[in-house]
Design a protein around this ligand. Structure first.
Ligand code: ADP
Ligand code: MG
Length: 348
């Protein structure tokens, strides 16, 4: 258990700055999620923390100790990879014991710690099996046990669930989170799945192109995204292009006059959350518009309507499914509305 601090940590390959100065302070016991599109530098960041990749600049501290250039085995980090990377010819118990033997622990200590780690991931009865005799979810739990056995100060999880099918992923992510909390492990998990990130994180870091775009809680990122990238990456949104013509007034590319929050006059994007738009509204809404339904997604818990407002403007409206007997169909005319505060303005 330890606090982890990164100061302007960076990595260049040739002219390519794949991690361009990442500064982070992860509290002892915190579960931080790094979220960002493929290729934005998430894995490279984790590998620098683990010591598998040497930084081009900046520093990393674990528990107040500068680990920037320490060899991987000299820093107490544990990393779980997307591919489980188990040794196929070794049993589950041998896989878990391997890292402990490398650390030259006594035989009794190795056995005790391996057993404890397998118990934590609920695989006590599987010690003598080979990896191929386990399901994907079980293999990933072995990979986790192998890391927990070394009792890392910092746990690093690189898309640990992306090889699992959706149902299993939902289970295992909750298991990992509960275990992390129980052990009080400082953890960074990488994912490109925003739903997963929102479910497990204490705090989230959104990255793109090697840089941090925003750090915050789920609510911070969703309600106050720092920029249009974050707004588009966390939560669903519809973007209307246009311009702020005066503070509080937005005109879309399709010529709709809308009320919005303040914003500096000029070219801008108006970002709307689908669930903040209401259907069939009348009075009291700052913006009231008529449109035509072009597409309907029946998602079960929600129904989404794509509503054409002008030749250039279409918005997504999400309705909670409360068992209404009539759901608008493609081609129906509908009235929709939203309050000015429901929209976020980003200068373009
Ligand atoms: P992510 O995990 O977010 O998908 P990575 O950290 O794996 O991203 O990679 C970030 C970028 O760095 C990618 O464009 C990748 O091609 C590049 N990259 C990663 N490792 C190397 C390497 N050893 N040599 C050159 N480029 C690399
Ligand atoms: Mg990666």
């Amino acid at each position: 258990m330890a606090r982890l601090e990164l100061n302007h940590l960076s990595k260049r390959y040739g002219d390519n700055a794949v991690v361009a100065g990442v500064t982070l302070d992860v509290a002892d016991g915190e579960f931080l999620v790094l979220l960002g599109p493929s290729g934005c530098g998430k894995t490279t960041t984790l590998r620098m923390i683990a010591g598998f990749v040497e930084p081009s600049g900046g520093s990393a501290y674990i528990g107040g100790v500068d680990v920037t250039y320490l060899r991987p085995w000299r820093r107490n980090t544990g990393m779980v990879f997307q591919s489980y990377a188990l040794f196929p010819h070794m049993t589950v118990a041998e896989n878990v014991a391997f890292g402990l033997e490398m650390r030259k622990l006594s035989k009794t200590e190795v056995v005790a710690r391996s057993r404890e780690a397998l118990r934590l991931v609920r695989l006590e009865g599987y010690a003598d099996r080979l990896p191929r005799q386990l399901s994907g979810g079980q293999q990933q739990r072995v990979a986790l046990a192998r890391v927990l056995a070394i009792r890392p100060d910092v746990l690093l999880l690189d898309e640990p669930l992306s090889n699992l099918d959706a149902k299993l992923r939902e289970e295992v992510r909750i298991e990992i989170r509960e275990l992390q909390r129980q052990l009080g492990l400082t953890t960074i998990m990488v994912t490109h799945d925003q739903e997963e990130a929102l479910i497990v994180a204490d705090r989230l870091v959104v990255m793109s192109e090697g840089k941090i775009r925003q750090i915050g809680t789920q609510r911070d990122l969703y309600e106050r995204p720092a920029d249009r990238f974050v707004a588009g990456f966390v939560g669903r949104s519809t973007v209307l292009q246009g311009r702020v013509i005066a503070p509080g007034q937005f005109e879309t590319a399709g010529g709709l006059a809308l009320q919005c929050r303040d914003g500096a006059p000029g070219k801008a994007a108006l970002v709307l959350r689908p669930e903040r738009i209401a259907l069939g509204v009348a009075n009291g809404m700052d913006n009231r518009l008529s449109g035509t339904v072009e597409f309907v997604s029946y998602l079960g818990d929600a129904i989404e309507l794509h509503v054409r407002l002008s030749p250039a403007d279409r918005v997504v409206v999400q309705l909670a499914n409360r068992g209404e007997t009539t759901v608008p169909a493609v081609g129906d005319a509908v009235d929709i509305g939203w309050q000015r505060d429901a929209g976020l303005i980003f200068a373009e």
